[in-house]
Design a protein around this ligand. Sequence first.
Ligand SMILES: [Zn+2]
Length: 459
Amino acid sequence: MRAQCGNERKYAGVHYCQSSIIASQLIRVDEISGKCNLDQRLGGKVTDNCCSRCFRDTSIRKHIRLNEMMGNCEYCKSENAPIMDVGKVGHFIRHGIWRAYETVDDVPGNLRSGDEVSALNVLLYEEEIFSTRLENLNKSEHLAEDLLTESAPNPHDGDVDELEGGDGFLYTKDGLYGLDYNIFNRSWDIFNYSTKHISRFFDVPKAKTRKKLLNTLNKITFSKMRRSLPVGTKLYRARVSPGPLPSDLVDLQGQLGPAPETLAKNNRMSPPGIGYMYCSEDMKTCLDEIRAVIGEKYWVGEFTLTNSLKIIDIGLEPNLRLKSIFNVRYNHEMLWARNFVRGFSTDISIPIAPGDAPLEYVPTQVVAEYLRHRGNDGIRFASSLAPNKYNVTLFRLAESTSGHIYESVPEALIFYKTMYLSTVYLVEVNSDGSPQVLQTERFSESSYSSLRNRSEGDF
Ligand SMILES: [Zn+2]
């Protein structure tokens, strides 16, 4: 009986080295010696097989199954499982690692933050590729080492293993901003810093990441968070009551509408002098947002949309789950997108405390203006003061007026093209925080018709 390769398989009547079949490089087993070229290349060493059941990661499991090789696993001890040479699986895993990580050598020393992680720990803890079965057998580390050492380039060929068999350190790819400051892998922080301390209105030549980031984000996130607020939607605004409700519509609208541009203060989404309309979706949230005090009286305006509006709904976080780095369709930019949207969403929901440094509002103001520039009318976002309640900030109204907005009949009619003040309430806040309505003034669309007649009469 002739010698055995020990790792061979009969395929179409000819004996081939099993490892070579997996590598799609059919190498015949020498009929006399039982050795194959692949064995020689590996110094006569035949590496072990791991199996799909060793892994939790579905892309790796699928890769192993596609090789249609069944056998026993040296690691998790599965029998008759889809198996593959551990060095070949290691090659596949290395491709995935380079989709999402870069070596410490790629990062200038002054930017290193101490957040580097070893290649072994990337597999074990960052990407968590191994199955519970393997972990329970305490074999994960063993397999991780074999995957990286058995797939390492041959030093005799002059190749250097950048992963150093698993001991090499890695950073998340592009996680370090290539400028002269040091922030790791938190794109919202990078954007914040850039708009506050590097350049405000335009990207300076070295910092093109910001514009690229916003364009990428719009494509993969904001454009998927766009929806319309239909005609008839009701939005609320409140202010401390200066006295009983006046009956004049234009007067009330002026008092409850967005701040006139001369009085528009620095705000989360609008800089001084630009008046956005900050609303809530219900009366109680609106009072919570202005920190209404128990026993105090407030005017609450209910506005009804006369036109549908395009908004970016930050309350609807799109499905930004990243694919496995071992999936060929893994898109590393999504990592930035996810961090950015979460950071932006958190920051615009934070209540504005009196005395906050105006600088803190700059990043959210820049994003809001970018979204407005893309043709959106506003942003809907979660209230941080009222759980599961939402606020809406509208940009559009600032464009529709000039001068003393909403306080004249013509301005009120321009306002009507977007919405109208349908009801005004005088409320007092009860001890449990709920509003008690003391007085109500309702306005119908016909109230605006009479305004229109008044307006025509004026001219
Ligand atoms: Zn296994």
